[in-house]
Design a protein around this ligand. Sequence first.
Ligand code: B4P
Length: 194
Amino acid sequence: MFNIVLFGPPGSGKGTQSEKLIEKYHLIHLSTGDLLRNEMKAGTPLGKEAKSLIEKGQLVPDEVVVGMISSALEANPQAKGFLFDGFPRTIAQAEALDKLLTLKRTSIQAVLFLMVNEEELITRLVGRAKTSGRLDDADPEIQRRRQDIYKNETLPVAGYYQNQDKVERIEGEGSVEEIFQRLCNVIQEKMDNE
Ligand code: B4P
């Protein structure tokens, strides 16, 4: 199996690049943001709990997202590999993921870290707000909070994987196609060394 974590701050282009990567490498796309938004749309109890947190720019509890990922791994026993998008977002999630993958006798091969400066992130999210209908995009105050939570809770996850020597930093500014090529170059190198 070939498993990738696509890592980066809110608005760094994880969702945008994931769509292209899964098409090229035939990986199963696991986006906790998308899974949570589906639950919200369906109005499930989990979705209702998530909605109140996401709309304030806060993270959903670890056990909720880990449970969703665990079910998704179980539901795809034949997968060639997984692309984790927006997960893990805390050290506890990263540890839980390592355990789940060990049970499946596999592991993360690479953590691709999209580097984008904060002003560019805010500009992108303001742009996305015009079409996404996402309340967590529309309010600049909430966007700043999401960036702060990212720095405090999610950025340490990069250190966790750095200790495993798995992090590849990728310049996340430029055209979508340029960034995609950068990601593909790194993935190809990793695959060749498997
Ligand atoms: P996510 O859905 O993961 O979303 P995101 O981080 O906001 O965006 P992403 O990086 O995917 O950016 P995108 O491609 O859309 O999370 C939403 C919320 O769910 C979180 O805040 C949290 O509350 C909750 N959540 C999710 N996972 C969780 C977890 N594991 N634990 C706890 N809570 C969790 O790109 C952004 C914009 O930029 C788009 O408009 C795009 O068109 C544009 N763009 C992309 N690439 C560009 C480029 N190269 N140049 C210019 N613009 C570009």
